[in-house]
Ligand binder design. Structure first.
Ligand code: GRF
Length: 201
């Protein structure tokens, strides 16, 4: 069984979609065995605890450097024998040193159709503000492999969502989450975990 760690920073609605997908058998090749947050107040941690998943909090400003922060996380991942990482609303950029330990084994959900509205500065609500400002008629979400380039890894799955008249950034964000993120992240997680499971066998 592929052991999965989910990294979170905020509300955890994508984590909840993953937890529900495991319960509903959509995710069957892997098991979420750990949730790591860089924010001790993340509601995502409550969701994990409610689902009986162990949690760890690693605080960036308690470390003198980014590598010290990342090394603490890597030690936890090693101790927990983690095979695959899912970034679900995780707000930190991970260095090439870190991503190099998990080549093609870290996936991320981004709330646009990459390459649009992606890369440095495009995160959370800002992505939807930019999409509305540009006036796109279609946006969506992307699951991609994580490398050292923000939102730069190979695309795994995408789902389009219609932009409607008078959408606010908040209304559009909710539609992209409901109609895209919460659907493709579990599907992509199962796809990648299934491939890893075959290599494990
Ligand atoms: C989502 O919009 C996700 O696309 C982005 O950050 C937000 C996290 O939401 N990466 P949640 O913490 O999963 O609710």
């Amino acid at each position: 069984m592929v052991r999965i760690a989910v990294f979170v920073s905020g509300g955890g609605t994508n984590l909840q979609a993953l937890i529900d997908a495991e319960k509903n058998g959509i995710i069957k090749s892997g098991k979420i065995t750990l949730v790591i947050s860089d924010n001790e107040n993340a509601f995502a941690l409550q969701r994990a605890k409610k689902a009986g998943i162990s949690t760890k909090t690693v605080i960036r400003n308690q470390h003198p450097t980014q590598s010290s922060f990342e090394n603490e996380i890597l030690k936890i991942l090693e101790d927990e024998r983690i095979d695959m990482i899912i970034l679900a609303g995780f707000m930190r950029i991970l260095s090439e040193d870190f991503t190099g330990h998990y080549e093609n084994r870290i996936i991320n959900i981004h709330p646009s159709l990459i390459p649009s509205f992606a890369g440095k500065g495009y995160f959370g609500i800002h992505v939807h503000e930019a999409a509305l400002k540009y006036g796109v008629k279609v946006t969506g979400a992307t699951v991609h492999f994580v490398n050292e380039i923000p939102d730069g890894g190979r695309i795994i799955m995408q789902k389009a969502v219609e932009v409607k008249e008078n959408d606010t950034p908040e209304v559009l964000q909710k539609r992209v989450m409901e109609e895209a993120e919460w659907i493709i992240l579990p599907q992509a997680a199962e796809m990648i975990a299934g491939k890893l499971k075959q290599t494990e066998a």
